[in-house]
Ligand binder design. Structure first.
Ligand code: ADP
Ligand code: MN
Ligand code: MN
Ligand code: MN
Length: 336
């Protein structure tokens, strides 16, 4: 017999941005299989998910990976259910309509590594600013790249956990980084982003470095904000073979700008200004290779005879990938 640590992870009920919560369950001889994980519960009155008088919320395991940083351990992503077993209102994952995993998502998660002492990104001197943007993107060297130790440890750990990470890069602002995760199946893509966020936060604890997911943590100054570009496709787009289908799918997004922005992360008006490689939050546009558009059609789409995927550039770094995916799927499916 061996004891196994199961870290049950869920999203709380805070608005407008939900945060990660987790607690450890010790079990005997866990098989490693999702279906062998028991339901669990927590005090929803401590997470803005239930009143104190009837506080129990349920945790339903939906995705499990190894936890490479703990002995005999697993990370268990959970959906939150009400006591009667129905999905809790905070449960974005339950709203995803992709049971056949036809939708593929690649999220580009940007974030700032943040010094809690200075309340500034790594690389920002206390009480001042580093040199202007330009040298930081994809940089190397102690003058320009800050926090690589954390980023590298995170990369190793998410690979070891079995997440489908596709790359990392230093971003445009000092102390800003990105990782990309791709999955066939919208729910699994969201699960992987959340587990990767969890591991980054936890690794940061060791270094005394926080992660700032806010989309514009430096306000209106001339520093890029953080996005979570959503690259997506379904079999329609992957096998389209015609510009008309791409135009039709893109046009389906035009009348539902508000519905999309509603789930694309808090404070996005601060980021989607029309500057810093963004489109204005009020506008809707799309174009081949256009990083100033709401939706970019990657240049390889026309090159491959109009088949492939689209990039919605509007979701921000603090958005819930479940809700982003659910809304994109709804809009794409509205195309007959
Ligand atoms: P960029 O920084 O140029 O916008 P990245 O290389 O950071 O692009 O991210 C592109 C993302 O697109 C990757 O995460 C990749 O997995 C994803 N992607 C590629 N092909 C598809 C596809 N057919 N469907 C969905 N996502 C895709
Ligand atoms: Mn990228
Ligand atoms: Mn980027
Ligand atoms: Mn991108």
């Amino acid at each position: 017999m061996s004891l196994v640590k199961l870290e049950y992870i869920w999203l709380d009920g805070y608005k407008p941005t939900q945060s990660l919560r987790s607690k450890t369950k010790i079990e005997k001889d866990f098989s490693g299989k999702l279906e062998d994980l028991p339901m669990w519960s927590f005090d929803g009155s401590s997470t803005e998910q239930a009143p104190g008088g009837s506080s129990d919320c349920l945790l339903k395991p939906v995705f499990v990976v190894n936890d490479p940083q703990r002995k005999n351990a697993y990370l268990v992503m959970c959906e939150v259910l009400n006591a009667d077993g129905t999905p809790h209102v905070s449960n974005g994952r339950a709203t995803i309509e992709d049971d056949d995993n036809d939708f593929w998502f690649g999220f580009e998660q940007e974030y700032f590594l943040w010094d809690p002492a200075t309340n500034k990104p790594l690389g920002f001197p206390a009480g001042g600013y580093p040199g202007p943007q330009g040298p930081y993107y994809c940089s190397v060297g102690a003058n320009n790249a800050y926090g690589r130790e954390i980023v590298e440890e995170h990369l190793d750990v998410i690979i070891e956990a079995g997440l489908n990470v596709e790359g990392i890069n230093a971003e445009v602002a000092a102390g800003q980084w990105e990782f990309q995760i791709f999955s066939k199946g919208a729910k699994q893509a969201g699960d992987q982003i959340w587990i990767a966020r969890y591991l980054l936060e936890r690794i940061g604890e060791k270094y005394g470095v926080a992660v700032n997911w806010h989309c514009k943590p430096l306000g209106a100054l001339d520093w890029n904000g953080s996005g979570m570009h959503a690259n997506f496709s379904n079999s329609l787009l992957r096998t389209a073979g015609s510009k008309e289908i791409f135009d039709k799918v893109c046009e389906a997004f035009r009348p539902v700008v508000k519905e999309h922005i509603d789930v694309y992360g808090a404070d996005n008006h601060l980021r989607l200004t029309g500057k810093h490689e963004t489109a204005s939050i009020m506008d809707f546009s799309y174009g081949v290779s256009d990083r100033g558009a709401s939706i970019r059609i990657p240049v390889m789409v026309p090159q491959k005879g109009w088949s492939g995927y689209l990039e919605d550039r509007r979701p921000n770094s603090a958005a819930d990938p479940y809700k982003v995916a659910a809304r994109i799927i709804k809009t794409v499916k509205s195309v007959g």
